[in-house]
Design a protein around this ligand. Structure first.
Ligand code: ZN
Ligand code: ZN
Length: 306
């Protein structure tokens, strides 16, 4: 393919065309999309895999799969896939139908676009435009990977959220709804969350060496059981104890920051997103869970894959 679109450093693949549209002097977004052979589309910052990701990655690179790894959250997602899912994703980027199914991605905290105020100003100086950085959109991350500042995602005055790139194709100078200055939302954050954040950013940089199987082996070992026991009552009890331990050690303040769907269960705060047999079962038919689920468990139990 020639005539590839140029993206800016660490620019999120799903926001590139919106930024290009913003910089073009005329027309609507649908005419910009049409120019590149796409129909009008909506995008979210949620880390998952959608039909349009292949089309968008193909616009910017001869290797859409590699493009997705580094600019669309692929590096972050891949280590938590089964072998079957990995194959489905590779085939998808070779032009096959999307067969990969995920759940709960929208229950995480990073549902709206986020930006760093320092990056925004620097990018304007250097590139003449601000843009959405991919590492700012990762679940588990609340601060800029370059400047450490808290990320901005909404207007504290009127409650406007950066969910629609039609309205905010690049990080806006003021709130698109009320024109007030956008401000960072200073929520709960502690050393544990800092470790999670660093780990998530590290995973995002390049494909990890560990696999979902390594995680499952570690977790089975941690609860003191093996794959041979999975149909026993004892296994059920151990999984239940694992869940309780996880929710207790993560605690309400953190869980409410990470998840939008927390609940009180017998006096303990939990998120249904955290419950998945995929922690343990190699051949679970459960759909792909958000990476943050495993990452939180690793840090809470100290079970890191080598
Ligand atoms: Zn920054
Ligand atoms: Zn506002």
């Amino acid at each position: 393919m020639n005539n590839l679109l140029k993206q800016l450093p660490n620019e999120h693949i799903r926001s590139v065309l919106f930024r290009i549209h913003h910089q073009s002097p005329f027309g609507t977004f649908s005419s910009t999309a049409q120019r590149f052979g796409l129909r009008r589309f909506k995008v979210t910052s949620i880390t998952d895999l959608r039909k349009f990701d292949d089309e968008l990655c193909s616009l910017t690179s001869d290797s859409p799969f590699n493009q997705w790894l580094s600019h669309g959250g692929g590096n972050y997602m891949m280590p938590f896939m089964t072998t079957g899912e990995t194959n489905k994703v590779r085939r998808f980027f070779q032009g096959e139908e999307l067969q990969f199914m995920s759940i709960h991605a929208q229950t995480l905290h990073n549902r709206v676009w986020r930006y760093c105020p320092v990056c925004k100003d620097n990018d304007l100086d250097i590139y003449g435009t601000s843009y959405y950085h991919q590492p700012h959109q990762i679940a588990g991350v609340f601060h800029c990977y370059k400047h450490g500042c808290e990320l901005i995602s909404s207007c504290l005055k009127c409650g406007y959220q950066l969910s629609d790139l039609d309205r905010a194709p690049v990080p806006p100078p003021v709130c698109p709804a009320c024109k007030h200055k956008m401000q960072k939302d200073e929520g709960y954050f502690d050393d544990f969350m800092q470790d999670i954040e660093s780990f998530c950013l590290l995973l995002n940089q390049q494909l990890a060496k560990f696999t979902l199987n390594d995680i499952q082996r570690k977790n089975l070992n941690y609860i003191g059981t093996s794959e041979a026991d999975i149909n026993t009552l004892a296994f059920k009890y151990r999984v239940s104890a694992w869940n309780q331990e996880l929710w207790n050690s993560l605690g309400k303040s953190r869980l409410q920051r990470y998840f939008k769907n927390t609940k009180e269960l017998k006096g303990v705060t939990m998120s249904p997103t955290l419950r998945t047999p995929r922690y343990f079962l190699k051949d679970s038919s459960f759909n792909y869970s958000p990476p943050l689920v495993y990452i939180l468990a690793m840090h809470a139990t100290g079970t890191f894959p080598e």
